[in-house]
Design a protein around this ligand. Structure first.
Ligand code: PMP
Length: 432
């Protein structure tokens, strides 16, 4: 029952809301955010918080961007939603055309859904049904250890077994997990796949070059390409989950641009709408699409969502693309990378910093603690609290701390983030 005495936003929230990934019994009250501008979010007292992790890695051009808001308002007066089977609309078609222009040139078709997990579910279903439609039953899948592809059941199945999947393990389908490749282990990984009867493997799903939720793990592009080439030689479909790496995070527009082998399918979300609205995309090659064309209705891809290709979300993706392709956006990313590089050099001298690393606009490192590395390392709570009190939004993954800012973050704001990390490292003994 609603209490009548509560009045602040956090108090009202605590009375009615169940937050994601949050132990509601012990978590501190949430901070009420009432507006955003550029790289900052503002609380009820108008205190600015620097969004140093882009609100779960989604925001790229800044919050409440005026151009995006104008485009959204105009579209809202035109068409807000429309069934997407048997009907279509300009934002969906325009977006598909424009995405295919910037994605690897073997991508030919765009399938819409509404978040990263659904983009992954669609790719998995496409891969499994592709083989079924061709009269070959292949049900084995490959994925990386430590992978994270989402929280729905298919996406959980291809994610590394972890605290996220523990309770549901018996219910997840079987996947063969590989180590991420390096020049040292690539021969062994290929031998490992060869021992799995590769002709039975339908697809390999991966986060290209960077495993996000697994702990911002960065891995070798050349060995990765060797692995993909081997899989291709065995007709294993390649699914690039670019939900996190897409739209410039790793420097290039898409992480797969760093690799010679092209994927068969690509999953997109997060930065797709500049982080403003929920939208998922799964793209495929013409060969995959063609395998679903038939007079036989059973070969149809029976998948869809009420909000598939929502016109407002597609409009925000188009507006975000307008900003993304401007030279300024590339310059912003380069500036962040250069500044991160200087900070990385400094971190390398810090005794309590382990494995500092950098890819594009993402800087990550482990904070040395007495406990094991990983998501449940309770240093995360201490660090989160420390940064929150300094109005810096940094949310470590266990003892892995990372900066993943909106591209519009200013030099001064980046300096404030670096300074807060310097201070954290200096006070580490007191914080823990
Ligand atoms: N794939 C990757 C690589 C991700 O990082 C995430 C989310 N962190 C997802 C899929 C799932 O996306 P969503 O949270 O939108 O379901």
């Amino acid at each position: 029952m609603l209490q009548t005495t509560v009045n602040t936003l956090p108090e009202r929230d605590l009375a009615v809301i169940w937050h994601p990934y949050t132990q509601m019994q012990t978590a501190p009250a949430p901070i009420g955010i009432v507006r955003g501008e550029g790289a900052c979010l503002y609380d009820e007292q108008d205190n600015a918080y620097i969004d140093a992790t882009s609100s779960w890695w989604v925001n790229i051009h800044g919050h409440a961007h005026p151009y995006m808001a104008q485009q959204l308002a105009a579209q809202a007066l035109q068409l807000q939603h429309c069934i997407f089977a048997g009907y279509t609309h300009p934002p969906a078609v325009n977006l598909a055309e424009r995405l295919l222009q910037i994605l690897p040139d073997n991508q030919a078709r765009v399938f819409y859904s509404d978040n990263g997990s659904t983009a992954v579910e669609v790719a998995l279903k496409m891969a499994l049904q592709y083989w079924d439609n061709k009269g070959q039953r292949k049900h084995k899948l490959l994925a990386f250890k430590n992978a994270y592809h989402g929280d729905t059941f298919g996406a959980m199945s291809v994610s590394g077994r972890s605290v996220f999947t523990r309770v549901f393990e018996d219910l997840l389908f079987e996947v063969h997990f590989l180590d991420v490749p390096s020049p040292e282990n690539i021969t062994q990984i290929i031998a490992d796949i060869a021992a799995q009867d590769p002709e039975q493997v339908a697809a390999f799903i991966f986060e290209p070059l960077l495993q996000g939720s697994g702990g911002m793990i960065m891995y070798d592009a050349t060995a990765f390409d060797q692995l993909l080439q081997y899989c291709r030689s065995k007709d294993i479909l390649l699914i690039a989950d670019e939900v996190m790496t897409g739209f410039g995070r790793t420097g290039k527009n898409f992480a797969m641009e760093n690799i010679r082998t092209q994927p068969d399918m690509i999953c997109l979300s997060k930065g797709l709408t500049g982080g403003s609205m929920a939208l998922g995309v799964t793209t495929s090659t013409a060969a995959i699409y063609d395998a679903f064309l038939s007079a036989d209705k059973l070969k149809t891809l029976f998948h869809g969502h009420s909000f598939t290709a929502n016109p407002l979300a597609c409009t925000m993706a188009l507006a975000s693309l307008d900003l993304f392709i401007k030279p300024e956006c590339g310059e912003q990313r380069q500036r962040i990378q250069i500044r991160h590089q200087h900070f990385l050099d400094e971190l390398q001298q810090q005794p309590s910093v382990k494995n500092p690393r950098l890819l594009g606009t993402i800087l990550a490192f482990e904070v040395t603690t007495n406990n094991a590395d990983g998501y449940t390392n309770n240093l995360a709570d201490h660090l989160h609290r420390f940064f929150k009190s300094r109005r810096i939004m940094l949310r470590p993954l266990g003892n892995t701390l990372y900066i993943l800012p909106p591209y519009c973050i200013t030099d001064e704001q980046l300096d404030a983030v670096y300074d807060s990390i310097r201070q954290m490292l200096a006070e580490l003994k007191e914080i823990v």
